[in-house]
Design a protein around this ligand. Structure first.
Ligand SMILES: NC(=O)c1ccc[n+]([C@@H]2O[C@H](COP(=O)([O-])OP(=O)(O)OC[C@H]3O[C@@H](n4cnc5c(N)ncnc54)[C@H](OP(=O)(O)O)[C@@H]3O)[C@@H](O)[C@H]2O)c1
Length: 329
């Protein structure tokens, strides 16, 4: 049946998160991983051997020319996302591209334009949106369970250690908190309020390598609602989200990878929901992408391209307040 047909995947970038994605695909029914590519054939070969991938290539172009591949997961570093995405779209491949989708809003616009021009599916891999707990939070919000939302507090921070050459602190590699951990609270604010903030006030700790090791941002929305967001790559945090409304509140521990949420509505007993999944959850975004492909949808309603482009604009604006630019900007 067409709704259950197999979807053949490729992976671009034989690195850390791609390995995780390759392992997770077994939790996405109907997914078949058929090819992997990297900038070096040796690394692609090693990845293929480790994850049992039938074909491996030493360039993105070769993957784009593989007629068997329908959709490619892009797991390279963010400075190369745009180039990879455009190469793959031009080869007729749909794409699921890691967050941040690109380095800038202008780059995100280019990809969205190319995908639409070629009538191909494209989606930012903001996996949080497809977690069952987060889908339930959306139901609560849309159903007015906590009344009118007035305040969101969200944070994501961890200590990656001191490694100036590693991708998190190295500017050439797109390092910094905002484009890595920091995008999760910003994307969650967009999820909760469904719009871009009308005013942003932000500050960051710029470290020795010239990237933001820590940031805080206060968003104001046209109705006076507020989001207070924080992130760090050298500062462990609780990683919780709290959403406060006129009639209650919602708590989501470790919101980006949520397995639990609690609804406190009025004076009623708190409602706790739990997800007992045994895998990380990245497979669920693949399930969404495959459902879209099977149904002929070119975008995910949970993470549409226009929202991704707006989000990148918000990130540009935040960085603009700190004066942080990346090579080539
Ligand atoms: N959703 C999540 O939970 C999550 C978690 C972690 C990371 N991410 C995102 O995933 C992306 C990759 O992160 P990672 O931790 O997997 O990094 P990683 O382990 O360093 O892997 C990065 C990959 O990109 C490749 N690459 C780097 N520069 C390239 C270039 N110029 N041309 C072609 N390929 C290039 C690397 O190739 P070589 O092997 O040849 O060096 C490597 O295969 C980032 O955008 C990050 O934000 C998402």
């Amino acid at each position: 049946m067409s709704n259950e047909r197999t979807v053949k995947w490729g992976i671009m970038g034989p690195g850390g998160i791609s390995g995780n994605f390759a392992s997770e695909l077994r939790h996405a029914p109907g997914a078949e991983l058929v090819a992997v590519a990297g900038r070096s054939k040796d690394k692609a070969d090693a990845f293929a051997a480790k994850y049992n991938v039938p074909r491996s290539y030493g360039s993105c172009e070769e993957l784009a020319n593989d007629p068997d591949v329908e959709i490619v997961y892009i797991g390279t570093l963010h400075p190369i996302h745009k180039e990879n995405a455009l190469t793959l779209l031009r080869g007729g491949k749909s794409i699921l591209c890691e967050k941040p989708f690109t380095m800038t809003q202008a780059e995100a616009r280019e990809i969205a334009r190319e995908a639409r021009r070629r009538n191909l599916f494209a989606m930012e891999a903001m996996w949080t949106r497809y977690l069952p707990v987060i889908r339930q939070v959306k139901e609560w919000l849309r159903g007015g369970a906590i009344g009118e939302v007035k305040l969101l507090k969200a944070e994501f921070g961890f200590d990656a250690g001191w490694n100036p050459e590693g991708r998190l602190l190295n500017k050439e590699k797109g390092g910094g908190t905002l484009l890595d951990a920091g995008i999760y609270p910003v994307s969650f604010a967009s999820f909760v309020y469904g719009q871009r903030p009308s005013r942003i006030l932000s500050t960051a700790v710029i470290g020795e390598t010239g990237v933001d090791e820590q940031y805080s941002a206060l968003f104001e929305y046209p109705g006076g609602q507020v989001a207070s967001l924080h992130g760090g790559v050298r500062l462990p945090m609780n990683n919780d989200a709290w959403i406060y409304g006129t009639k209650g509140k919602i708590h989501v521990p470790n919101f980006l990878a949520a397995k639990e949420a609690t609804l406190y509505a009025g004076g009623e007993e708190p409602v706790v929901i739990r997800d007992d999944r045994t895998f990380v959850g990245h497979a669920l975004q693949a399930v969404e992408a495959m459902n879209c492909l099977r149904e002929g949808r070119k975008e995910s309603a949970e993470m549409p391209l226009d929202e991704t482009v707006e989000l990148m604009g918000t990130l540009d604006e935040i960085r603009g307040q700190w004066g942080l630019t990346y090579p080539g900007e």
